[in-house]
Design a protein around this ligand. Structure first.
Ligand code: FE2
Ligand code: FE2
Length: 214
């Protein structure tokens, strides 16, 4: 079952729960350049696009942000391109290589850690996230106006019965486990970068959005 929730003004979470108690999120940032964070997989596509279409016409999507090359982050990109061939995928150089190698005909804008991108009222900033195979560089995105970190597969919460947003304390929420990033140096560096940000909401890839506001 796929659910749609507006978790902040103009920020929507699309959530699909599986029977095993795991759930998959995509986020729509509604702005001058509408941006979808992750596509979900092909089997989830019809449910996702039905919810997305309640907020915008898919042909009005400018960007799809792809944190890394995996089915839930970009599996349905080809399906979105059938509806809107003008979509630009925002991703790292490594991810771009995967998209090309798998013949996914997306326009790609390669972004680097530290880059900023205006999408209208908001700006996205990109953070290195060693998530690709061999811990190559994928990306996280931070939206500075509403202070939202799109954390992809970091800080995943299992279980699908939760409300869309859960209040947590920053200290416990922002710890990266070795399971997420096994290499010690890479994990410490990524965690330090995240902890240096002013974060209100952590828009996780799986589970409820984490609300860090006191
Ligand atoms: Fe992933
Ligand atoms: Fe994921």
């Amino acid at each position: 079952m796929t659910q749609l929730d507006e978790i902040a003004a103009g920020l929507y979470r699309i959530n699909t729960a599986t029977e095993g108690g795991f759930s998959f999120n995509q986020y729509l940032i509604k702005d001058e350049k509408n941006t979808l964070v992750h596509t979900g997989s092909v089997p989830q596509f019809s449910g996702i696009v039905e919810k997305l279409s309640r907020v915008i016409n898919p042909s009005d999507l400018t960007y799809v942000f792809v944190s890394h090359f995996e089915s839930d982050e970009c599996g349905a990109l080809g399906e979105f391109l059938k509806l809107n061939p003008g979509i630009t995928a925002l991703c790292s150089a490594v991810t771009a290589r995967q998209l090309t190698g798998f013949g996914i005909p997306a326009k790609v804008e390669v972004v680097k850690p530290g880059d900023g991108l205006s999408i209208g009222r908001r700006e996205l900033r990109f953070i290195s996230y060693p998530s690709e195979m061999h811990l190559w560089e994928g990306l996280l995105a931070y939206e500075s106006k509403d202070k939202v970190l799109f954390s992809s597969d970091l800080f995943v919460v299992r279980g699908s019965e939760d409300p869309p947003v859960r209040k947590v304390r920053a200290a416990e929420a922002l710890t990266i486990t070795p399971r997420s990033i096994p290499a010690d140096d890479a994990r410490r560096k990524c965690e330090a970068e995240i902890r240096a940000l002013d974060i209100a909401l952590v828009a996780v890839g799986h589970g409820p959005v984490l609300d860090l506001r006191p």
